[in-house]
Design a protein around this ligand. Structure first.
Ligand SMILES: [Zn+2]
Length: 276
């Protein structure tokens, strides 16, 4: 889900439908909206010569989409062997149960309530399917259960809703926390600096070919929004809706409910640090 707080979209992204990197194919779900941009990116990942694939975020419960994901794998000569979730929001996870039925796969996620099968998913896990290696990077903040997946062979990271292909994301207060989110952005930044990650494969919107630039943009945006929220409070706007109306005045009102969650997360963050 996106944040109303978006600065104007940056032109650096490439719209992808199909192959994004050597090992990643995007199957776009038919659920476009102000909150989901073009729709949810369902990622089909595999080694080029392998016959087994892993799917990240089957997406909404849409039979046509879920079958299209299976068909796309088959056309590439592959069988889906495992399903992973970046987090539990329905636009990413609602179709997981049905997709698991269609493919006979387990579903692994951080949140035990989302899992099907015996295996969980979390810090330090390395998932291997058909020779493809994914390293699990917890990135809480958008939600408490948000995970990213580092795909070293493609110098890429799948970020779910932690970083989007356009605009910025929301911190879904109270489950999402701003302090955790900023820590997660710094963790992703270290993947770009220390581990050579170049490409962001986001949960919505186009692929980003400048991962470090994207992380820096997100960090700068959060810092700037936080300063705006703090200034609004100091100017006498006391409640979250008042702050939204002041800080997000130029943003479409359909996005104000999402903005209010991000504002609540920012107010909490400022209070915790004694700034308010
Ligand atoms: Zn989400």
């Amino acid at each position: 889900m996106t944040d109303a707080a978006s600065l104007p979209g940056r032109p650096r992204g490439l719209v992808t439908s199909g192959a994004a990197t050597a090992r990643a194919v995007n199957v776009l779900a038919p659920n476009p909206s102000a909150m989901t941009l073009d729709g949810t990116n369902t990622w089909l990942l595999s080694e080029p010569d392998a016959d087994l694939a892993v799917v990240v975020d089957p997406g909404p419960l849409d039979e046509g989409h879920l079958r299209h994901v299976v068909d796309t794998a088959e056309k590439l000569g592959k069988r889906v062997a495992l399903t992973l979730l970046t987090h539990g929001h329905p636009d990413h996870a609602e179709g997981a149960g049905r997709f698991a039925e269609l493919t006979g796969t387990a579903v692994r996620a951080l949140d035990p309530a989302l899992r099907l099968g015996d295996e969980g998913l979390g810090e330090g896990d390395v998932v291997t399917v058909g020779g493809l290696e994914l390293r699990v990077v917890p990135t809480p903040g958008h939600t408490s259960d948000s995970l990213s997946f580092h795909l070293p062979a493609d110098r890429a990271v799948l970020t779910g809703d932690t970083i989007l292909g356009r605009g910025t994301t929301m911190v879904a207060h109270p489950d999402g926390r701003l302090g955790a989110y900023l820590d997660s952005l710094r963790r992703l930044r270290s993947l770009t600096v220390d581990d050579g990650v170049r490409t962001v494969l986001p949960g919505h919107g186009p692929v980003l070919e400048d991962a470090q630039g994207a992380v820096d943009f997100y960090l700068a945006h959060r810092t700037s929004r936080l300063a705006q929220v703090e200034a609004a409070v100091l100017a006498g706007h006391r409640t979250a809706p008042e702050v939204v109306a002041h800080v997000y005045a130029d943003v479409d009102r359909s996005l104000w409910p999402a903005a209010e969650l991000s504002v609540r997360a920012q107010l909490e963050y400022l209070r915790e640090r004694g700034a308010l």
